[in-house]
Ligand binder design. Structure first.
Ligand code: PEP
Ligand code: MN
Length: 345
C-alpha cells in the first residue's frame, strides 16, 4: 500500500505515518517526489487498515498497489529516479557512458584503459576484480589487488568505479572500493546478495538475468529497494535465444517497457548484449535511440590479448567514435523534443 501525503505535509506528519506503519510490524519507505511525498509499506502479507491511515493528519489517501513489485513501480513514485554515482547522475538529461575492460588484469592495463576511456568521453570506469566465469579454469579476476588498481585509476583520472560483487563473502571488501556495485546477470536472482546490496549505501547496477522476464528483473530490484537502498540502476545485457549470429539477443524493447513500469533508470550493455565487437557500435546507438539513460561498454587497450571478453571489447579509438555518435543522437533527440514541447506550451 502507498500512503500519499498532502503537498504541504510536515516532517512530523510523515514521521507519524512511519511510526504507525512500524507499530504494525511493517517497514515504511519514505519517497519524496516533485509534487508530494508518499510512504510505501512493505512486509505485510494481508490487507492493511486503509481508513486508519487516511485518518492521520497530512494524509491524502491510502492506495493499494496493484503490481507485484511495489517500491520500484511508477505507481509508488511517478518521477524518474536519478542515481548519483560519484557525482555522475544516471537517469537525468545527460547520457551516461561507462567504459573499461571486462576484467582488471594488472595495474598498467587498468590505468591505460582508464586514461583512454576518459579521453574518449567516458564518465565512469568499469572493470571486474571478481569475475563470475562459466569455467572454473578461466581467469577469475585479481580480487583485492584488482580493487586496489581500480582505486589507483580513480585517483589518477577522477573516474568513478563500477565493479562487480559476486558473493556475500567478499561484499564488504568490494563495497569499500566501489562507487557503484554491479550485480551480474548470473546473480540477478541471488537473493541473499540482493538483500546485502539493499543494506549498502552505495548505488547498485543490476544486470538482467540472461533468461529473466521483465517481472523477474523488476522483482530482483525490489529486493534491493525493500532493504532500504533506493539507488538502483537497471541494465539490459541481452537474453538467451536461438540465434547464433550473436552471443545474446539484446532486448531493446525492454527499455521503454521498464520506463513505463518503473521510475528506476535503465542503461544498456551492447558488449555482452551482442558478444561481437562489430555489433557493439550499431546496437549502442540503437539503445540510445530507444531512450536508454546510459551505456556500459567493454573497452580494452589491447583487446586481442584480453584475459576475458576480448572478442567483444572495443579498441579505444572505436570507443571514441561510439561515445561521440551516441551523445550526438541523445542531443538531437533532446533538442527536437524540447522544440516540440515549446511549440505545444
Ligand atoms: C561483465 O559485465 O563483465 C559481466 C560478467 O556481465 P554479465 O553479468 O552481464 O554477463
Ligand atoms: Mn565481460
Amino acid at each position: 500500500m502507498l500512503i500519499v501525503m498532502r503537498a504541504q505535509a510536515t516532517e512530523q506528519e510523515i514521521a507519524q505515518v512511519c511510526a504507525k506503519i512500524q507499530s504494525l510490524g511493517y517497514r515504511a519507505h519514505v519517497m519524496p517526489g516533485a509534487e508530494r511525498t508518499a510512504v510505501g509499506i512493505t512486509g505485510n502479507h494481508g490487507p492493511l487498515p486503509k481508513e486508519e491511515f487516511e485518518s492521520l493528519p497530512g494524509v491524502v489517501e491510502a492506495i493499494p498497489v496493484s503490481k507485484p513489485y511495489k517500491l520500484v513501480s511508477r505507481e509508488v513514485k511517478p518521477d524518474n529516479t536519478i542515481v548519483d554515482v560519484a557525482g555522475v547522475l544516471v537517469g537525468g538529461a545527460e547520457l551516461v557512458v561507462c567504459a573499461g575492460p571486462c576484467s582488471v588484469e594488472g595495474r598498467t592495463q587498468i590505468l591505460e584503459a582508464a586514461r583512454a576511456v576518459k579521453a574518449a568521453g567516458a564518465q565512469l570506469l568499469r572493470g571486474g576484480a571478481y569475475k563470475p566465469r562459466t569455467s572454473p579454469y578461466a581467469f577469475q579476476g585479481l580480487g583485492q589487488e584488482g580493487l586496489r588498481y581500480l582505486a589507483d585509476a580513480r585517483e589518477e583520472t577522477g573516474l568513478g568505479i563500477v565493479t562487480e560483487v559476486i558473493d556475500v563473502e567478499t561484499f564488504d571488501l568490494v563495497e569499500e572500493y566501489a562507487d557503484c556495485l554491479q550485480i551480474g546477470a548470473r546473480n540477478m536472482q541471488n537473493f541473499s546478495l540482493l538483500r546485502r546490496a539493499g543494506r549498502s549505501r552505495k548505488p547498485v547496477l543490476l544486470k538482467r538475468g540472461m533468461s529473466s522476464t521483465l517481472e523477474e528483473f523488476l522483482m530482483a530490484a525490489e529486493y534491493i529497494l525493500s532493504e532500504g537502498n533506493y539507488q538502483v540502476i537497471l541494465c539490459e545485457r541481452g537474453v538467451r535465444t536461438f540465434t547464433d549470429h550473436t552471443r545474446n539477443t539484446l532486448d531493446l524493447s525492454v527499455v521503454p517497457a521498464v520506463q513505463s513500469l518503473s521510475h528506476l533508470p535503465i542503461i544498456v550493455d551492447p558488449s555482452h548484449g551482442t558478444g561481437k565487437r562489430d555489433k557493439v557500435h550499431p546496437m549502442a546507438l540503437a539503445a540510445v535511440a530507444a531512450g536508454a539513460s546510459g551505456l556500459i561498454v567493454e573497452v580494452h587497450p589491447n583487446p586481442d590479448r584480453a584475459l576475458s571478453d576480448g572478442y567483444q571489447s572495443l579498441y579505444p579509438e572505436q570507443f571514441r567514435e561510439l561515445a561521440e555518435e551516441a551523445r550526438a543522437i541523445r542531443n538531437l533527440l533532446r533538442t527536437r523534443r524540447a522544440a516540440r514541447e515549446a511549440v505545444l506550451a
